[in-house]
Ligand binder design. Sequence first.
Ligand SMILES: [Zn+2]
Length: 233
Amino acid sequence: MSSQTTYNIRCPQCGHQQTAELYDSIDAAKNPELKTALFENRLNRVLCTSCEEAFRIDKPLLYHDSARNILIHWMPDTALSREEILDEFDQSMEELRAALPEDVEPPRVRLVFTRVELVELIFIIEAGMEERVVEYIKYTIHLRNPARVPPMTKQLLLNVQDSTSEELLFAIQNTETFELEDVLRYPRTAYRTMREMYRKKPEDLLDLFPGPYISARGVLMEETLNEDGVDEE
Ligand SMILES: [Zn+2]
């Protein structure tokens, strides 16, 4: 079910306060028009009634596709740190598990931090691809091309729609300007080989990407921070 709540919003341009109806969750199967709005970056947008500035409100959103059995929580890391979000996420999953009868498996809920990650993940799942294998490919691309795709400032996005039966197409996005700067092609046969290995022996990739947030760049940034001895405490 898709649900909306009324929020008090302050215009980032002129400071005008108004109320707006924003989505807390959308069901893509029941409301495909909301999925389209999300993909076209029109969801949870507000038009200021004073200065007519249009802006997007980044707030937690549960993406649900009841027909395909997909649940993804988009929790923007604007107000909270990623660590705090992960803690909160773990806690809510624990509560869900406790609330369910013992013989009922809790649903799998994935976690993303940005709208771009959400859209990419929906495409990956709908294409029947393994997201851990896709992230592992990104992981190796980052490691082999440190000058072209440094994980601190560039992120790889799989473009499912423009990939072919021979090649996977990745866009290289600058994480500061959000510009798509370049494309990189990767043989699909290598993806298939890796997927077979993952199906036979999933432990390695499960260790690298335990979830619920599965991100090559996230893992690499953490490794870099640990190497530099940066302690955030
Ligand atoms: Zn305004």
